[in-house]
Design a protein around this ligand. Structure first.
Ligand code: NDP
Length: 282
């Protein structure tokens, strides 16, 4: 039986550590602050924004909330971001994606000052990661590395295979595993023989966006399997990109869905906000 990698427990430990850090910063007269902007009333976005506010509250981070109407003009949003960039009391700025279709998402991402880009989506943050310079890292892949490290999985020298090459998960995931000295292969929809590649993996990270597609036939015996996917199955139950029942007997370690990668994303966002405060003091 595979050992479960408990994202709930690990993310709670990270949040507790951050809570202590923020409390000692407060004693030194320093306040950490995140600005969260939501445009429109997308239901899933409202849930994510609310969870982020709750996490801030728990850790002791001040959160500023800007809920703008659906018809907000791009210039208005960019102007708000500009003001928050200039506001020294704001350490991190997050625009909940997706934004309504009439707003150019790339322009929004690029408007956020890289020093406050706690989502790690700005091209400067992505470039810094690829050339090994300090900068913010996209929260979900950063969460995967934290899960591996805190579960005692050595990445150095391992065959790491990432399925998926999106800008927010697959690509930064591959760069992070490379930074940790893994030997990294990235697969995507044009990969000729997916199973042949994934069966080489000591560490398999699945971010394919297809419910329960990866079964035991894709997995080497003893592999560590990380499932980034989140979906609802036909019974409205949460499931991942990995067929857990099939893969669990083959893997040595595996993340469940829910309770694996999911809770790590917010914990890493909180970590980025606290780091931002430190970086801006220098
Ligand atoms: P995308 O849809 O943007 O990317 C999916 C990737 O998988 C693409 O690179 C695509 O290839 C590849 N792919 C799709 N089908 C196949 C296939 N049959 N064979 C091989 N590769 C394939 O998804 P995201 O990266 O945004 O998200 C991935 C998953 O992670 C989703 O389930 C999402 O819900 C979840 N997620 C979870 C988060 C969390 O906090 N836990 C946060 C973000 C995402 P190509 O590039 O060629 O199209």
């Amino acid at each position: 039986m595979a050992q479960l990698i408990d994202g709930k427990q690990i993310s709670t430990a990270i949040k507790e550590e951050l809570k202590e850090k923020v409390s000692s910063l407060k004693e030194a007269g320093r306040e950490v602050c995140l600005a969260v902007i939501q445009v429109g009333d997308d239901k899933a976005s409202s849930v994510y924004v609310n969870n982020k506010k709750k996490a801030c509250e728990y850790i002791g981070i001040r959160s500023l909330s800007y809920h703008l109407p659906e018809e907000t003009k791009e210039e208005e949003l960019l102007s708000l971001i500009g003001k928050l960039n200039e506001d020294a009391s704001v350490n991190g700025i997050l625009v909940q994606l997706p934004v309504p279709a009439h707003i150019d998402e790339d322009r929004v991402i690029q408007a956020i000052a890289p020093m406050k880009d706690v989502d790690g989506f700005h091209p400067q943050s992505v470039g810094a990661l690829s050339i090994g310079q300090p900068g913010f890292v996209s929260c979900t892949p950063a969460g995967v590395v934290a899960l591996l490290k805190r579960s005692g999985v050595a990445i150095e020298g391992k065959e790491c295979v990432v399925i998926g090459r999106s800008n927010i998960v697959g690509k930064p995931m591959a760069l992070l595993l490379l930074r940790e000295n893994g030997t990294v292969t990235v697969c995507h929809s044009k990969t000729a023989d997916l199973k042949e590649v994934t069966k080489r993996a000591d560490i398999l990270v699945v971010a394919i966006g297809r419910p329960q597609m990866i079964d035991a036939s894709y997995v080497k015996k003893g592999a560590v399997v990380i499932d980034v996917g989140i979906h609802r199955d036909e019974n409205n139950k949460l499931c991942g990109d990995v067929d857990f029942a099939s893969v669990e007997p083959v893997a040595s370690m595996i993340t469940p869905v829910p309770g694996g990668v999911g809770p790590m994303t917010i914990a890493m966002l909180m970590n980025n906000v606290v780091e931002a405060e430190g970086m801006q003091r220098v």
